[in-house]
Design a protein. Structure first.
Length: 219
């Protein structure tokens, strides 16, 4: 069974996906981490992020492992580095790349094949798993999302002014929404959840109820 959770950064997708997977005994796939790992590999290779041939070369040497809670790029643990500012800022350009989207999409389908999986990203319910048994699209008020992001960054020792966090978020949101390939939009059959006024516990509770209802009735 595949469950997809899509939506903008800061709506709480990762935490909700992880906790939902834990409660259901499913695996969890963070597809944003995959785009971030490609971005890091491209930055290290000095590739121009709009040059499709250069990105194709980066992908040819791209070996990714994702044991629970960690991201291993070509045998190196990059779990922390892929969350840092430079990777976050450059990831939008990499996510626009047709070749990267195609290859990561294939990897995502391979990883999920035959498994019970909660998969989180921007295009999981629309493009990658259009037949997923249960789809969620998680949103939250932009100001609240920026507050959460600023808190996360501070937790990692990155102190960034509030207006800068908000501006960067707006840029990433519009880039994600407006890209020609796989724009961030809810699948027609996705359940829309707004986490602005909800705790993580409440979000996951609603998701779990919905999934269990569907399991019971057989889809
Ligand atoms: O969710 P995140 O912030 O870790 O995502 C990192 C980048 O990858 C961000 O620019 C959005 C992009 N992304 C995407 O285009 N499609 C996905 N399925 C997941 C992430």
């Amino acid at each position: 069974m595949i469950i997809t959770i899509d939506g903008p950064a800061g709506a709480g997708k990762s935490s909700a996906a992880k906790e939902l997977a834990r409660r259901l005994g499913f695996e969890f796939l963070d597809t944003g981490a995959m785009y971030r790992a490609v971005t890091l590999a491209a930055l290290r290779a000095g590739a121009s992020l709009s040059d499709q041939a250069a990105l194709e070369k980066v992908m040819a040497d791209f070996r990714l492992e994702m044991p629970p809670g960690r991201v291993i790029l070509n045998n190196e643990d990059v779990t922390r580095e892929i969350r840092a500012g430079p990777v976050t800022a450059a990831s939008g350009a990499v996510a626009d790349s047709p070749i990267v989207r195609r290859l990561l999409g294939e990897m995502q389908r391979q990883i999920a094949a035959g498994r019970n999986m909660v998969s989180e990203g921007r295009d999981q319910g629309t493009i990658i798993f259009p037949d997923a048994e249960c789809k969620f699209f998680l949103i939250a008020d932009p100001l609240e999302r920026a507050r959460r992001r600023q808190r996360d960054m501070a937790g990692r020792g990155e102190v960034v002014p509030w207006n800068e966090v908000l501006e960067a978020q707006e840029l990433r949101d519009s880039r994600d929404r407006e890209r020609d390939l796989a724009p961030m939009i809810p699948a027609p059959d996705a359940i829309l959840l707004d986490s602005t006024q909800l705790t993580l516990e409440q979000v996951v509770e609603r998701m779990e109820q919905e999934v269990r209802r569907r399991i019971k009735r057989g889809n």
